[in-house]
Design a protein around this ligand. Structure first.
Ligand code: HEM
Length: 455
């Protein structure tokens, strides 16, 4: 089978580029080889990088039985375990999605609106005028508290305090391109004692597991699974044979949701605060729109504000947190962009390159929320949450949360960037994030009814 052309550099060099200069690597190759090229990275089969909307449509709308993603997601196994829906395909995957989708959508999702605003207020309450802070860390505390509440129904008490701290520390193990190498190279995944990078990660993960199993045990003893939280929901669910989920299955799914559900949102929010304070016209327009909201405004109304929505959409366009969707591994022959691909081929829809296409987004490097007010993009032109049968389970929830957190912060605080130099997108684990986390300074506190303050 002839694969599309692609960079000829050794696989190890491509891995280094993917770790240290992921955006440049993708752009250089798209320029040279076009909308479909083959990348070879140490530890992975050849990846067919695809960024043409028509091809993406073909992949996302094809019969889902033609593909699987579980084997490609083995890269997450070290943390989410065998039973996570990330590693499942077919009926088991669909069943898990059917169970976990409702709490993150519609009415159930909207019940979290007030909670998201309250958590944001609480976490930002200790900000002091004149003090600087790292946006991503503060936002991560907010998004972690929010997802803990959604998943467990609580985010306070000794157990959850420890869980929050351990989760943040554990993810900081992969907070740079060098440390992200541990995820890509299995040979580095060696426990050489508590002070070694992998050893420290393993111990943190073990302690997290202990805390989660302790919570599951307590709930089982209470034998009351009537709560609205996702753990209660999973504990009361049965498969078609009448079997309920084992402790191990519960643990794997809880970790999956905690992991997928907060780092991504925190990075997206940090980018949003960066762009809003980098570009005074964006800030002024947004504050003008937010002038009309008060403490009594229904969160759903805030989530419908058009400019706020466009700012969030453009934030996820210009630097999507996930550069790729999960790989789609072919289970049958498939024709795409003039190639005949064989079963076993890894197709990798590239969100970043699609979002950087000049033919869809003129001046793609410019942050312009207006583009989302002027035209509608198809789900194959704009796909920060992926698509098809693996589309992000938290897509609606993450967008809802982003808007409420931003509105709560911007109507209460005046902020500025501590450093006005451009921020680079860098790798953090498998995601991209603003380099340095966006250093900001608190310049003022707004009293009750927010006035329009120019940035
Ligand atoms: C800005 C925030 C987020 C971004 C950019 C994001 C992005 C993504 C992407 C690109 C995928 C892969 C989709 C595909 O392959 O087609 C995904 C999958 C997933 N996301 Fe998110 N996500 C975000 C927030 C969340 C939240 C808040 C949750 C939790 C509720 C979540 C849970 C999941 C899960 C469980 C999957 C796996 C779905 C499956 O395998 O069927 N994500 N996400």
């Amino acid at each position: 089978m002839k694969l599309p052309d692609g960079p000829r550099t050794p696989a190890f060099v491509q891995l280094i580029q993917v770790l240290f200069r992921p955006l440049e690597f993708l752009e250089e190759n798209a320029k040279r080889y076009g909308d479909c090229f083959t990348s070879r990275i140490t530890g992975f089969p050849p990846l067919i990088v695809v960024s043409h909307p028509q091809a993406l449509q073909q992949i996302m709308t094809a019969d889902s039985k033609l593909f699987e993603s579980g084997p490609a997601n083995k890269i997450f196994h070290f943390i989410v375990g065998d039973d996570s829906l990330l590693l499942l395909d077919g009926d088991r995957h669909q069943r898990k999605r059917r169970l976990l989708t409702p709490p993150f959508h519609g009415e159930r999702m909207r019940t979290y609106g007030k909670l998201i605003c309250d958590i944001t207020e609480k976490v930002t309450d200790n900000w002091t005028i004149g003090k600087s802070f790292i946006a991503r860390s503060a936002l991560q505390e907010i998004s972690l508290r929010v997802i803990l509440r959604a998943v467990f129904g609580v985010d306070e008490g000794e157990r959850f305090e420890e869980l929050r701290q351990l989760f943040s520390q554990m993810l900081d193990n992969f907070d740079s391109p060098v440390k992200s190498g541990f995820l890509f190279l299995k040979t580095l995944q060696k426990d050489l004692g508590p002070w070694s990078p992998w050893g420290s990660f393993v111990r943190q993960r073990e302690r997290i597991d202990e805390l989660i199993y302790a919570e599951i045990q307590e709930r089982r003893q209470q034998s009351d699974t009537s709560g609205e939280d996702i753990l209660s929901l999973m504990m009361s669910a049965c498969d078609e044979a009448g079997r309920s989920m084992t402790d191990r299955e519960l643990r794997d799914e809880l970790i999956t949701l905690l992991l997928a559900g907060h780092e991504t949102t925190a990075s997206a929010l940090a980018w949003a605060l960066y762009w809003i304070h980098k570009l005074p016209t964006v800030c002024d327009k947004l504050l003008k729109e937010l002038e009309n909201i008060s403490d009594d405004t229904d969160p759903s109304e805030i989530a419908r504000l058009p400019y706020l929505t466009a700012v969030c959409q453009e934030t996820l366009r210009i630097y999507p947190i996930a550069l790729f969707t999960f790989s789609r591994i072919l289970k049958a022959p498939f024709q795409l962009m003039g190639y005949d691909f064989e079963p076993g081929t890894y197709l990798s829809p590239c969100i970043y390159l699609t979002h950087q296409r000049e033919d869809i987004y003129p001046e793609p490097k410019q942050f312009k929320p207006e583009r989302f007010l002027e035209r509608q993009f198809s789900p194959y032109e704009y796909m920060p949450f992926g698509g098809g049968n693996r589309r992000c389970l938290g897509m609606a929830f993450a967008q809802f949360e982003m808007k409420l957190v931003l509105a709560t912060i911007l109507t209460r605080w005046q902020l500025d960037l501590a450093d006005h130099r451009p921020v680079r997108a860098v790798r953090r684990g498998l995601a991209t994030t603003p380099g340095g986390g966006v250093s900001m300074v608190v310049t003022g506190k707004k009293v009750k009814a927010p006035n329009l303050v120019s940035c």
